[in-house]
Design a protein around this ligand. Sequence first.
Ligand code: GUN
Ligand code: ZN
Length: 685
Amino acid sequence: MNRLKEDGLMNSFEIRAKDGLARIGKFRTKHGTVTTPLLMPVVHPGKSEIRPRELVDDFKFQMVITNSYIISQREKFRSVAESDGVHALLDFDGPIMTDSGTFQMYFHDLPDHEIDPLQIVRFQRNIGTDIGTILDAFSAPDAGREQVEKDVEVSLERAKISVPEKGEMYLAGTVQGGIYPDLREHSAKVLANLDFDVHPIGGIVPLMEQYRYADAVRAALAAKKHLPPDRPVHLFGCGHPMFLALATALGSDFFDSASYAKFAEDDRMLLTTGTVHLHQLRELPCDCPVCSATTADDLKQMKKPERRLSIMKHNLYVTSAEMRRVRQAILDGKLLDLAAERARAHPSLYEALHILLENVEQIERAHPVGTTPSIFYTGPETVLTVPFYRFHSRLIRSYPFRKSRQLVLVPHIADRPFAETTPTIIEAIRETSPDTTLLAFVTPFGIVPWELEHIHPVQQSIFPQHIDTDTLSIAEARVKEFIQKVDVPEILWFDRSTPTNALASAIEGEISTHHFGSASDVIEQLARQRRQDEQWTLSKLRAVLSYQWGLDVSKLPSDVEIEISKGTGKIRYVRLEDDLLFTMVPMTGLLAPTLSGGALLMKMGLPTRYVIKMHEDAVEFVRKGKSALAKFVIDADEELRAGEEVIVQDPEGNLIAVGRAVLSGTEMLTFQRGVAVNIRHSMKQ
Ligand code: GUN
Ligand code: ZN
């Protein structure tokens, strides 16, 4: 059982869907299973006006968080909690998380010995909390690096000694490190190797209060790089509805919020567009049950306790609804659109969104291949999101044709198949060869070589005829990168009245460019050489094979037969001597291999990134076509993205099946439960 993972360990967290770093998960506790991302309202053991049961039944929260330090300090709470448990104290049988008093220590500047780090963990365990939290050391946002380093070391030391105390309780190990990404990374690395169940990211509250969202984003992304994918991440104290979409896009699964009550205390109302004071309002810009049943004037005239309760309820409704919207957005693959919309609420949020997008490489690693949402242009962020970034970076990495005599560039907004909008040029290209001529479209998201026009997101994206200048400058950079990559001496530019036509002038300075006003003029300049019709479909297949698996396409047998759909021009099937090798998945434009296709991929030198090795105990199952389970994966590449088409091998490297990865390579090696590869075809015996 060499690399087989320990069997006794149950995963408490299972991931069901992903959108970038964000995920939909199921978290199992002794008091029920919850769906993440979720927000836990903070409840006070004694004075919360809205009880946990009501938070679940009426507001659709799933879990609450309370404070074990406060419980331990008051005899009347402590005695009930110690004898009957925290669930009895809160009169709630759903999942409860407790915090440790870290924040109280910071906020009230309590002396170091005020709370014993081991005792508070034992206390949480003894009162039966579902998730307890270590006593981490909170760093103030303006603490110097030296102080933060000390806090980190104290937190990590306490983390180490706390783990053996957790018993049956899940334990949360908080990542500190202030505004220093390297300290966040260091903390996360150490904590990842300890037996924690949840990882909060701490020290964020004061950043939020000062609108330093960008610092919060940097801190969370740094931590996230090293936290194990099978443990939920909790962004401590970030429950404002305008931040939830962006915070989820950072890969956070848990949130908590005391703001709903704190803000209600002085008549502040939470909205997805920010916070407003009731006195600023003549109308209530909200459709929650509270706001629907009253008016701004009536609310203002209520007695304080009644008004506070109404606003508290409003704040909870708004927060809960946003959490649901966030979950649906993940399922739709549109979380970044939602985050971008929310970012319009405040310049600091907008800045934070751009920090997130600067880290698109990190997000791309986590984002599954093969999801096919339609993408609408919503502003300058659109072309920076994963689908377009991934398309361009894979294109640059793998486009197989270079050093042709000429490159034909056609500005386009990719609104319809190119064969429909520029049929004569596409026809003419069939008579040339990649050795002499390349054809590519200049779109608002960059270059699309005509061979790759069926790959998502090319045909699934909708851009307007008016494009902002940020988008155009990104397109320009991408076009230039492509031109460098293909290394041609001459460009034939087809002038068309579409926004990306403006990019011609940027390119002219770099390379000899000839303008043409009509397709027939372009065609006259093509270096034609009457080719066999199969040759151009072969170019198309080569480009796709290279794009999808980074294959050396010179090794592709030249006698493969390619069946093209008459209506769409898409590849449908690829055969070799009547043996089916690949079918194309219509929505993704990517190929799914058969077993023969898998064997050919191996022969062509398929990069190990796309190869999964199974433990011998699982080989028989997988051969029979059963799913390849994560716990039996003995080798997978950390560069493998979820959703890719892969081949599955036995420990000796023999092909046993082909299928689609459900998890990334890193996740396959981490997860104890769940499917790693859905098998499409196997060596049935
Ligand atoms: N609540 C808000 N911030 C923090 C934090 O950094 N640590 C803990 N334990 N609780 C918090
Ligand atoms: Zn409302």
